[in-house]
Design a binder for this molecule. Structure first.
Ligand SMILES: Cc1cc2nc3c(=O)[nH]c(=O)nc-3n(C[C@H](O)[C@H](O)[C@H](O)COP(=O)(O)OP(=O)(O)OC[C@H]3O[C@@H](n4cnc5c(N)ncnc54)[C@H](O)[C@@H]3O)c2cc1C
Length: 597
C-alpha cells in the first residue's frame, strides 16, 4: 500500500499540504523536485505569493550542484558578483563573496544561508528521490511517487532537477576488480579525500577534471591524466574581488544585475557585436585577445562578432589559445596533445582554470592520450591501455553528466493518456519555451531543454524561469483555471525556432554534451536555446502578455483558452552583412530555409 507523504507544517502556506495524508486530500499547489538554486528560489517565490508549495530533494541538503560536486578545486566559472541571487536586496547586501570566482564550499555556504534566511528547509523533504509522476486527468493533479514508495499529489509539478545533476553511467570493463579507491567528481565524499603519497589516475579532461587536476597534482605522489578530448581552458586569474570592482557593483547592484540579464549569456562580457576578426588587422586582434586573456574567464568569447559563426574567424582565436597553451606547457609534445583540434572554440562550454596547463610541468604529472592508446580495462592494480599497465592507489572518474534530460528522463513521467516523456522525447527533447511539454499539463521545467540554461549564467536563467512560472501560477489561480498545457503546435514552432537559433552557428559542429554526444544512444540534438537570454526573456514576456499564447488553459475539463500558435519574435540585433551568406547557407542545409531558386 502506498504511504502518502505528509509535509508536516503549521505554516499557513502549507496548510493544505499538512492535511495531505491521503489521495482524497486537497493537493498542494506546487511540488518542486530538487533543492538546488532553482528549487530553493521557486519555493521561496511561491510561498511569498501565498501558494502552498513543498520540495523533494534526493540529497541530504540544499545546494544541488554545489552540494554534490565537492571535488578539489570546484568553483564557479562566472564571477560570483553575477553568479548569485538578485531577487532580494537584503540578501544581496549581507553576503560578501571572498573571491572573484567562489569555490564550492563558499557556494554551498551561500545556498545554506539562503535556505536559512528564508526558512526553506521546513518545507523540503531531503534524501527523497522522485521516481514517478503521473498526470491524473480526472482530478487534474499530478500523482508523485518517491523511491521510498511514498506518494503525494500536487496541482503543479515543477522540475528543478538540474541540467547537470545526473552523472553519465560511464563505466569501464573490470572497474569492479580494481582494489584501489574510486571517486566520481560529481559524487565526492563529504569528508574530502587526501591523496598525499598516492598514485592517482584521473579519467576525463572536462571542466571538473581541469579544476581538480592542479590540486590533486599538488598532493599526489603521481598523477596520470587520461585524456580523450582536450578542451579549451582560459585562466580565471582568481583572487579577492578588487575593491574598486566591489564598490562599483555595490553602488548600484540593481543596474548591474539588469545589465547582466540583458545579455545573451546572462553575464557582462563586453560582447562585441560589430567587429569582425576577419576584417581586423592581426596586431589589433592580438591586442584585443591579449587584453581579454589577461582579464580572464569567458571574456575572450565576446571579442569578435564572427567567431561563433565563421570558421576562419574562429580559427584565429583557436590559434591564439594554442599559442597560450604552448607558452604555459614546457614540453611541446604535451602542449600539442593538450591543444583541442576536433571542435571550434566556444562550441563546448569552455573551461576556466587555475593552474591547469602549468600542472603538466610538474615532474609527477603525466598525460596519456586515450586516442593514441585506448583504455582497454581496469584490473586489480589499475588501468591497462592498449600500450601499457598503470598502477594506482586511487582513480578519479571525471566523466561528465547526462546533461539537460538526464534527471527528467530518470523519472517515470507520464502525461495525458499515460504518454511517457521518454517516448515524447525519443528523437530529442521537445518543449515549448523550455518551460512546458505538450501532453504534460501543469508540469514545468526550470532551465529545461529548449531554454538558454547551460549557455548562460545559470542563476540569471533560473531567476527568469522562476519568476515566469510564478506569474503563470498566480494568473491561473486568480482566474480559477486548473490547468495549463503547451499546445503541440506551439511546441513544434518553438522547436523549429530553437533549431533556427543554433543552425547558423558553429555550435552543432562539436560532439558536445549540448548535443547529447557524450551519452551512447542519446539522440543527437542541440538542446539549449542559443538565441540568448535577453531575447529569450523578451519572448517569454510576450507569450505571457498575449494571454499565454501557445497554451491550452482549462478549468476542470472545460477549455477556456486554446492557443495553437507561437508568434512572439525575438528582437533581431544587427547581423554583419558579411556573415549573411554563411547563415543562409547553414539554415538552408538544415532544411530551415527554402533553397534559393
Ligand atoms: C561542477 C559544475 C560546475 C558548474 N559551474 C557553473 C558555473 O560556473 N556557472 C554556471 O552558470 N553554472 C554552472 N554549473 C551549472 C549548475 O548546475 C547551475 O549553475 C545551477 O547550480 C543549477 O541549479 P539547479 O537548481 O537548476 O540544479 P542543481 O543544482 O543541479 O540541483 C538539482 C537538484 O535536483 C535534485 N534532483 C534531481 N532529480 C531528482 C529527483 N528525481 N528527485 C529528487 N531530487 C532530484 C538533485 O539532487 C539536485 O540537488 C555547474 C555545474 C556543475 C555540475
Amino acid at each position: 500500500m502506498i504511504k502518502y507523504i505528509s509535509f508536516m507544517n503549521k505554516d499557513t502556506t502549507m496548510a493544505a499540504s499538512s492535511k495531505h495524508t491521503s489521495p482524497d486530500a486537497q493537493p498542494i499547489d506546487a511540488l518542486i523536485v530538487g533543492a538546488g538554486f532553482a528549487g530553493m528560489y521557486m519555493l521561496h517565490k511561491l510561498r511569498g505569493l501565498g501558494l502552498s508549495a513543498a520540495g523533494l530533494e534526493a540529497g541530504r541538503g540544499v545546494g544541488g550542484t554545489w552540494y554534490w560536486n565537492r571535488y578539489p578545486g570546484a568553483r564557479v566559472d562566472i564571477q560570483s558578483l553575477e553568479y548569485s541571487f538578485g531577487f532580494d536586496e537584503d540578501l544581496e547586501a549581507e553576503w560578501r563573496w571572498s573571491e572573484r570566482y567562489a569555490p564550492q564550499p563558499e557556494l554551498l555556504r551561500y545556498a545554506e544561508h539562503v535556505a536559512d534566511r528564508f526558512d526553506l528547509k521546513r518545507d523540503i523533504r531531503f534524501n527523497t528521490r522522485v521516481s514517478a509522476a503521473h498526470w491524473d486527468e480526472a482530478a487534474q493533479v499530478w500523482q508523485v511517487e518517491t523511491d521510498a514508495g511514498a506518494a503525494t499529489r500536487c496541482r503543479h509539478l515543477i522540475l528543478a532537477t538540474g541540467c547537470l545533476s545526473i552523472p553519465t553511467d560511464v563505466t569501464f570493463p573490470g572497474l569492479d576488480t580494481f582494489t584501489g579507491e574510486v571517486y566520481r567528481t560529481s559524487r565526492w565524499p563529504h569528508e574530502g579525500v587526501d591523496f598525499s603519497g598516492k598514485r592517482v589516475g584521473i579519467i576525463g579532461t572536462g571542466s571538473s577534471a581541469i579544476q581538480s587536476i592542479p590540486i590533486i597534482a599538488g598532493q599526489a605522489a603521481r598523477l596520470t591524466v587520461f585524456q580523450r578530448t582536450p578542451n579549451y581552458s582560459m585562466p580565471a586569474h582568481n583572487g579577492p574581488i578588487p575593491e574598486a570592482d566591489f564598490e562599483a557593483w555595490s553602488r548600484d547592484p540593481r543596474s548591474y544585475r539588469a545589465a547582466s540579464k540583458d545579455t545573451g549569456g546572462g553575464f557582462q562580457n563586453e560582447a562585441n557585436a560589430a567587429t569582425l576578426a576577419t576584417e581586423t588587422a592581426p596586431e589589433d586582434i592580438k591586442a584585443e585577445l591579449e587584453r581579454r586573456w589577461a582579464w580572464g574567464g569567458f571574456r575572450i568569447l565576446g571579442a569578435f562578432a564572427d567567431t561563433a559563426i565563421d570558421p576562419e574567424a574562429n580559427r584565429i582565436v583557436q590559434d591564439f589559445i594554442a599559442g597560450k597553451i604552448r607558452q604555459q606547457v614546457a614540453d611541446p609534445a604535451v602542449a600539442e596533445r593538450l591543444t583541442p583540434k576536433d571542435h571550434p572554440f566556444g562550441t563546448k562550454r569552455p573551461c576556466v582554470d587555475t593552474g591547469y596547463y602549468a600542472a603538466f610541468n610538474r615532474p609527477n604529472v603525466e598525460l596519456i592520450d586515450l586516442r593514441a592508446e585506448p583504455l582497454r580495462e581496469f584490473n586489480a592494480h589499475g588501468i591497462r591501455t592498449e600500450a601499457r599497465d598503470y598502477a594506482f592507489d586511487a582513480v578519479v572518474l571525471a566523466t561528465g553528466f547526462d546533461a539537460m534530460t538526464g534527471a527528467i528522463d530518470r523519472i517515470d513521467l507520464r502525461g495525458v493518456g499515460g504518454r511517457r516523456i521518454k517516448d515524447h522525447w525519443a528523437e530529442g527533447p521537445r518543449t515549448y519555451l523550455g518551460l512546458m511539454v505538450s501532453g504534460f499539463p501543469n508540469m514545468f521545467t526550470i532551465t529545461g531543454p529548449g531554454s538558454p540554461s547551460v549557455l548562460t549564467n545559470m542563476i540569471n536563467s533560473i531567476e527568469q524561469h522562476v519568476e515566469w512560472i510564478a506569474d503563470c501560477l498566480v494568473s491561473l489561480k486568480q482566474r480559477q483555471q486548473t490547468s495549463i498545457e503547451a499546445s503541440a503546435e506551439a511546441e513544434a514552432a518553438w522547436c523549429q525556432h530553437v533549431a533556427e537559433a543554433v543552425a547558423p552557428t558553429l555550435l552543432p559542429q562539436a560532439n558536445s554534451w549540448y548535443m547529447g554526444a557524450n551519452v551512447p544512444g542519446k539522440p543527437r540534438m542541440f538542446m539549449p536555446y542559443a538565441g540568448g537570454l535577453n531575447n529569450y526573456t523578451e519572448i517569454c514576456r510576450q507569450v505571457a502578455a498575449k494571454d499565454y499564447e501557445g497554451f491550452i488553459i482549462r478549468q476542470g475539463n472545460r477549455v477556456l483558452s486554446d492557443s495553437r500558435v507561437f508568434t512572439s519574435q525575438p528582437p533581431i540585433g544587427e547581423i554583419p552583412e558579411k556573415l549573411m551568406p554563411l547563415i543562409v547557407e547553414r539554415l538552408t542545409a538544415a532544411g530551415l530555409m527554402p533553397a534559393a531558386q
